[in-house]
Design a protein around this ligand. Structure first.
Ligand code: ANZ
Length: 826
């Protein structure tokens, strides 16, 4: 016998099984109608948020979600499902472009290289993706359909161009969507963002606001994500109220062709009697006309300053209130009171009507404003302590309000709104915070927008679907031009074209990063289709996604955009479900060993490749899930990895003799003893249920207990080891396949049925039986379940207190209820 070491060696077995799976296409998933497709099986579509292939490669946060979905995918295959489990690359994006600007390397090259690294790293972890379905959003064969979708949106009037206030990021040389601006800075890079009016492409997501809101109810999604979407859509119900301008201001407004009315939006029409002044957004079109001559300079200066501030700054409630009086007045429609009209930057032009009635007694911002400028505060809802000191925003009974005195807030709202409607001075209104989606970027590395501009007429002419894909022109210099045209204007030949005597200029803005990911889950179902984006048949079978796992940071970006597109597809008859993702799960962030967020600068980043080298992919996978509940934030731990590695060493040793490499001599073809059989049933059931509920850490603990038990045995029935191998395999598939083959199986275990458990085994083996003598409790006995009356009687009489009570007397009557009670009457 050689003294070669046959202990568990992942470095040897893991690459071999990865090769095996790839070569045999073990995880290839046929579509309906294709060879090998089994229509009798139910389907399960399980999706990861596909990564942006950054230059830094994979970090340990990626495999957390990917391992979770992989366990589920492998488990579902064993439970007899047709499983769709694909992977691809969300590869348009700023980093590759910025690298191109610095180095001149074409983003296509950088992207291809990064994809290469990601693919290798992901394959190294043994995920069971169907690599035949790999997609790349930057591939013309893919983005041709992204452009096709854009044409559909355009056709439906959902894509339009408009002069809009935008978030302009000087450092990035592009505009950004509201969702991409966080605290006044760009989401990527943290650069300052300013406001500018530009003509841009917009998508009419607001037309879907109600459906995006209502359909959240039916989704199995984490509540915090649903709440964030609800808040982002921000539906509010209230009233529009018209205040007449006083005669002088009204005259000036009318002379300028404007209405002599000041329309406000309020969610609290019940407080109308408490309106003591009005505030207009500084950009409000009335401002220029109604401002008194002696106030014009001050008002203009204030407006100019406000225009330069971002919306985020302006809505920051902690800032001290500022504003100026216009000199004009308006008339309150319910009491004829004359109130002053101010401008202030806390009123936004883009929300409601860009004007408010200020009720300082019941609105905190208005209260601060009134205090600062000495404006009156009038209580109209009782319940506050002293509204002169602080606004009362809660419920109460209406006071100082002749039409509605004595009513509660909801009744007062309804009554006053009806009153305004009768007077023709107002009506019910609904508002949303959601804005249309700014869809153009001044960038190179994105999907070209397939539209031409007629140079003479300025008309927009969409390309024909037959002209797609419209590919990117080659450029030598990717630098932003600093103007709204973007770098594509540099492609002189690509830019202009003559057609039928007309001269056209191509649209030079590209689509945002989010375009390709708004529909990729639909391409996965039919990725090589070159006649359509996806076939109806494939869509009917695979959609919706049954489980979607990814980070919570996409709550109001990708997860809202893709729901929007999906609803458009639904209206076009392209998909049969209203929602794309039935169940969503957010994995928690993995922190560095120091408990801090991983970052290059802190030097606490864990590289999965190194972990694989030291402990093996199966250990990495197990540890990713053993660390704690999937949805929680948790720190990395090197000793934790070593711990799960020791567990796998033990798994190996219960089956394999590590001196010879043969099956361990304790492994026997023998019936499974009763106690072990019960433990097996309990473990299998626990693991199955935990997987279904994404509670992987407790499933792993249960398997550890089973392995402890097996380690302590000198005889290990083959069936017990096979069961262990099969339930462990979804988590640690390499060691799973290796043991399975060493246990004598020729085929991969990927499609072996998941072990069954027996419910009968789950009930306790023993029962606690009560023994009475003449109705008096004398003993409690632990007996094997199903013990006979005779056996129980023997046991009972052996008990001292029972024997004493019976005292050798004959039984007059014996009452016996199996597993429950023995009553001896003497
Ligand atoms: C009078 C009032 C009295 C208000 C009161 C509130 C409390 P949501 O719920 O977010 O829709 N508002 C309206 N348009 C605005 C704008 N363009 N910029 C800033 N604020 C604006 O909030 C609607 C409320 O926000 C409206 O109701 C209005 O103030 C203010 F005791 O009107 B309210």
């Amino acid at each position: 016998m050689s003294d070669e070491n046959h202990s568990y060696n992942p470095a040897q077995i893991e690459p071999r099984w990865q090769q095996y799976w790839l070569e045999r296409k073990t995880f290839r998933t046929p579509n309906p109608g294709e060879a090998g497709f089994d229509p009798a099986k139910p389907k399960y579509y399980i999706l990861d948020m596909f990564p942006y292939p950054s230059g830094a490669g994979l970090h340990v946060g990626h495999p957390e979600g990917y391992t979770a979905t992989d366990v589920m995918a492998r488990y579902k295959r064993m439970r007899g499902f047709n499983v769709l489990h694909p992977m691809g690359w969300d590869a348009f994006g700023l980093p590759a472009e910025q690298y191109a600007i610095q180095t001149g390397t074409h983003p296509r090259e950088t992207t291809a290289k990064n994809v290469e690294v990601f693919r290798r790293q992901i394959r190294q972890l043994g995920f069971s993706y169907d690599w035949n379905r790999e997609i790349d959003t930057t591939d013309p064969a893919y983005f041709r359909w992204t452009q096709w979708i854009f044409l559909k949106l355009y056709e439906k009037g959902l894509a339009y161009m408009a002069e809009v206030p935008v978030n302009w990021c000087e450092a990035l040389g592009t505009v950004l969507a509201n969702e991409e601006v966080i605290d006044g800075k760009s989401e990527r890079g943290g650069h300052p963002v300013t406001r500018l009016m530009l003509r841009q492409w917009m998508l009419k997501i607001t037309a879907y606001a109600d459906r995006l809101l209502d359909d959240l109810d039916g989704l199995d999604w984490p509540e915090p994500i649903k709440l964030m979407q609800r808040n982002w859509i921000g539906k509010s119900e209230g009233a529009e109220v018209d205040f007449e301008l006083d005669a002088e201001a009204a005259g000036k407004a009318k002379a300028a062709g404007l209405d002599g009315k000041l329309r406000v939006y309020t969610t609290r029409p019940d407080t109308l009697y408490g309106a003591t002044f009005m505030v207009l957004a500084p950009e409000h079109p009335l401002v220029r006309h109604i401002t008194a001559p002696d106030r014009k300079a001050g008002v203009a200066a204030y407006a100019e300053k406000a225009a330069r501030e971002t919306e985020i700054t302006r809505t920051d409630d902690t800032r001290e209130k500022t504003g100026v009086f216009t000199g004009a007045h308006a008339i309150n429609p319910v009491n004829g009171e004359r109130v002053p009209v101010w401008i202030a930057d806390y009123v936004m032009m883009g929300y409601g009507t860009g004007a408010i009635m200020a009720v300082p007694a019941h609105d905190t911002r208005d209260h601060e404003f009134a205090c600062k400028f000495g404006l009156p505060v009038r209580e109209v809802v009782s319940g506050g302590e002293n509204v002169q000191k602080a606004a009362w925003t809660g419920d109460g009974i209406l006071v100082n309000s002749p039409e509605i005195n004595g009513l509660g807030v909801p009744d007062a709202k309804a009554k006053i709104t009806a009153f305004l409607e009768r007077k023709g001075a107002g009506k019910k209104a609904v508002r949303y915070k959601l804005r249309d989606w700014l869809f153009s970027r001044q960038r190179y590395w994105g999907e070209p927008i397939p539209v031409l501009h007629d140079v003479q007429t300025g008309d927009l002419v969409p390309l024909s679907p037959d002209d797609l894909p419209l590919t990117l022109p080659e450029l030598a210099d990717f630098k932003p031009t600093g103007d709204p045209a973007g770098p594509l204007v540099k492609a002189k030949e690509w830019l202009v074209l003559d057609h039928g005597g007309r001269k056209f200029r191509r649209e030079t803005n590209t689509m945002p990063q989010w375009a390709g990911s708004s529909w990729y889950f639909l391409r996965f179902i039919d990725p090589r289709n070159d006649r359509e984006a996806w076939s109806k048949e494939a869509e009917n079978y695979w959609m919706p996604v049954d489980l979607y796992v990814g980070g919570a940071e996409h709550a109001v970006l990708h997860l809202l955009y893709s729901r929007f597109w999906h609803k458009v597809f639904f209206d076009l008859g392209l998909v049969h479900t209203k929602e794309p993702f039935s169940r969503l799960f957010n994995q928690g962030l993995i922190l560095g060993e120091d408990g801090q967020k991983m970052s290059k600068s802190r030097g606490n980043v864990v590289n999965p490749e190194q972990v694989v080298e030291q402990a093996g992919a199966d250990s990495l996978r197990l540890f990713e899930l053993f660390m704690g509940p999937l949805d929680q934030m948790k720190p990395w731990s090197t000793s934790g990895v070593a711990g799960v590695r020791r567990f796998l060493d033990r798994v190996w040793r219960v089956a394999i003799d590590d001196r010879s490499g043969a099956l361990h001599s304790s492994v026997k073809d023998m019936p499974v003893p009763d106690d072990l059989d019960r433990l097996l049933s309990r473990t299998v059931k626990k693991v199955a249920e935990d997987i279904e509920n994404l509670r992987f850490n407790t499933a792993i603990s249960a398997m550890m207990e089973l392995v402890n038990d097996l380690t302590g045995r000198t005889e290990r029935p083959r069936r017990a080891l096979e069961t262990l191998t099969l339930i462990l395999a979804p988590f640690a598939p390499h060691i799973g396949e290796e043991l399975w083959s060493r246990l004598g199986h020729q085929e991969s275990l990927a499609y072996e049925p998941f072990p069954a458990w027996s419910e009968a085994h789950l009930v306790d083996a023993t029962a606690t039986l009560v023994v009475q003598v003449n109705g008096k409790l004398r003993a409690r006995l632990e007996v094997p379940r199903g013990s006979t009356e005779e056996a129980v009687k023997q046991l009972a009489l052996a008990d001292v207190s029972v024997a004493r009570a019976v005292d050798g007397k004959p039984f007059r009557k014996v009452i016996f209820v199996p597993d429950k009670i023995l009553n001896l009457v003497v």
